[in-house]
Design a protein around this ligand. Sequence first.
Ligand code: HEM
Length: 180
Amino acid sequence: MSNTTGMFVLSARILHWLMAVLILAMLFIGIGMVASVSERHEWLIHIHKPLGIAILILAVLRLAIRLRNPAPPLPADLPWLQKLAAHASHWLLYGLMIAMPLIGWAMLSAGGYPVMLSDSLRLPPIFPTNAIAFAILRQLHTVLAMLLFLTFLAHMAAALYHGLIRRDGVLSSMTHRRKP
Ligand code: HEM
């Protein structure tokens, strides 16, 4: 099954832009959180956990939509290395969107902390309590957050390159239908 419309399906486009905003917000909330020792830390962490779980649910939904609806093909004249980088970075982004929330959840479980989404909604632990595992997962959460931020920046730079320099329809495949 191939995509001949030159566009991503509407549900994929809506999720793409919604998640771009949510993930960028999450990265800054996370950094603000670890940099705060005031009551702002508590406030930010109360946003961070439910938003992270919402991102997990949306990322799984988005992956299912993506697997059912092939992406429009990249321009035939795009150098193979750029095609490879595009595909690799897209799958890396999917992996990180799913791994980051799971690692956050697993890390709190390993630390023996309750994962509260609201005052009354508590998620079950997904990892046995273990101090060493907590330390490793905590570190992994930081390193992968940096990788996510770098991949996000590279992705934005590539989108601008396609939209402003090559003008080859790659950016508009995620925004609007181009006039013929
Ligand atoms: C896309 C999802 C997520 C992103 C992008 C993200 C991002 C971040 C970032 C950037 C930090 C700061 C890292 C550092 O500087 O050390 C952080 C810390 C943290 N995150 Fe996440 N996170 C996500 C999901 C989650 C989830 C689902 C949970 C828990 C259910 C969680 C729990 C935490 C905790 C407990 C901290 C450390 C707070 C502290 O030490 O004060 N994260 N996260």
